[in-house]
Design a protein around this ligand. Structure first.
Ligand SMILES: [Zn+2]
Length: 230
């Protein structure tokens, strides 16, 4: 059963208008297995992670004005290498991964190609150009490298805040803070007009979704796409 292209395109158009904070709140909510946050706490994590991303993006642009994602990786001495084709988290294919020790960004070429093909096959090129995927993934992984080199950055210190509330730290909540930061940084740095979470939605929908199972709005798709970027 194929995907209803008209419905898909309508869903994507609707998703383009979805505010960033809403996508990120959804990521936190989907992480609820490890982290039952109150509304205020969730808002705090989203705002803190977004602010950390904005701040790192500003610093990056000052230090390396006008450079491409590839050139930025090179300037930061990050090597871009292919990932083995069978790498992934459970049944979710990985798109990219940052290897701290080796200072490597590993890209899963097969998964990248799958998303790019999906965009073209479903007529989504005008809304979310396939050429915007790769830089976006690179900026995402570059964020993780910069994050690691930024002492006290919010996306890595949210656990301490949880301790102040007298609650045992929940690592999954923290992982979300870091992921929100990376996604927001990649959106700012690549200058795209939509949430990079859409690419993860495409990956989730590719080959699986029957028309009737398509969400009316993308910020409601299943939780497994949460970790396609590592
Ligand atoms: Zn990540």
């Amino acid at each position: 059963m194929g995907i209803d292209r008209d419905r898909l395109q309508a869903s994507v158009r609707a998703a383009l208008a979805c505010p960033d904070a809403r996508w990120y709140r959804q990521m936190l909510a989907q992480d609820a297995s490890g982290c039952p946050l109150s509304e205020d706490e969730a808002d705090g994590v989203v705002q803190g992670a977004m602010a950390a991303a904005v701040s790192l993006a500003e610093k990056t642009r000052r230090a390396f004005p006008g450079v491409s994602a590839e050139a930025l990786a090179a300037a930061l001495q990050l090597e871009i290498v292919p990932m083995p084709d069978d790498a992934g988290l459970g049944n979710v294919p990985l798109i990219g991964q940052y290897q701290p020790g080796a200072r490597q960004i590993r890209l899963h070429e097969q998964t990248l190609a799958r998303i790019e093909d999906f965009i073209r096959a479903q007529g989504l090129e005008a809304l979310t150009p396939a050429s915007e995927l790769r830089p976006c993934v690179l900026y995402h992984e570059i964020f993780h490298a910069l994050e690691e080199a930024t002492p006290g950055i919010y996306t890595r210190s949210a656990m301490l805040q949880r301790r102040w509330f007298g609650v045992w730290p929940r690592r999954r909540g923290l992982a979300s803070a870091s992921e929100i930061g990376a996604i927001h940084y990649s959106r700012i740095m690549s200058g795209i007009a939509y949430s990079p979470r859409l690419f993860e939605c495409y990956l989730l929908l590719d080959g699986r979704a029957a028309p009737e199972s398509l969400p009316g709005e993308f910020a409601g798709v299943g939780k497994e796409q949460n970790r396609a970027f590592d």
